[in-house]
Design a protein around this ligand. Structure first.
Ligand SMILES: [Fe+2]
Length: 165
């Protein structure tokens, strides 16, 4: 996992790879590429929402399946973060996804992740490595796109941003 900074490594490849994936979408949100089509930032946002939900579900499934003792505290952190993300999503749907909003979302992710990794995901990784558990893989982007179109719910999120933005 060359792309993941040392401070974000848990020791379990499955988790590290999924975190690297989340960070790629967070980076895509703030990429200042004048040639990029304007929909790209919105796509990055819906993929970040989708993959955050999928990644948390993968960790939570593994904790349930393998009887992780600290599951309650860990899931509570996910619930709190989901709440922060949902609040930002509502804000974006109401006011649009401009550069400032994209920066705030990016900052939320990069501020939250290192502390969560240190306090919660690293102990989980040690436990899962001992039990030889694996995480459910995240779906590939290509598998989510039908004929290169976004799934209907993602389109609805984007429409919300455009309607009110
Ligand atoms: Fe976690």
């Amino acid at each position: 996992m060359d792309t993941l900074p040392a401070v974000l490594r848990t020791g379990l490849n499955d988790i590290d790879e999924q975190h690297a994936h989340l960070l790629r979408w967070a980076d895509a949100l703030v990429k200042d590429d004048p040639d990029a089509p304007p929909e790209e930032r919105k796509r990055a946002f819906v993929f970040l929402l989708f993959y955050t939900a999928s990644h948390f579900a993968a960790e939570e499934d593994a904790m349930h399946t393998h009887g992780y003792p600290a599951i309650e505290a860990h899931c509570a952190r996910h619930v709190a973060f989901r709440g922060q993300v949902a609040a930002l999503r509502r804000e974006v749907e109401a006011h649009g996804l401009d550069q400032a909003a994209a920066r705030r979302i990016y900052q939320l992710v990069v501020d939250w992740l290192p502390r969560h990794v240190a306090e919660y995901d690293t102990p989980l990784s040690l436990f899962l490595a001992r039990t030889r558990a694996t995480l459910t893989p995240l779906p590939e982007v290509e598998d989510l796109l039908e004929d290169n179109e976004l799934p209907a719910w993602m389109e609805r999120v984007i429409e919300g941003m455009e309607r009110d933005g």
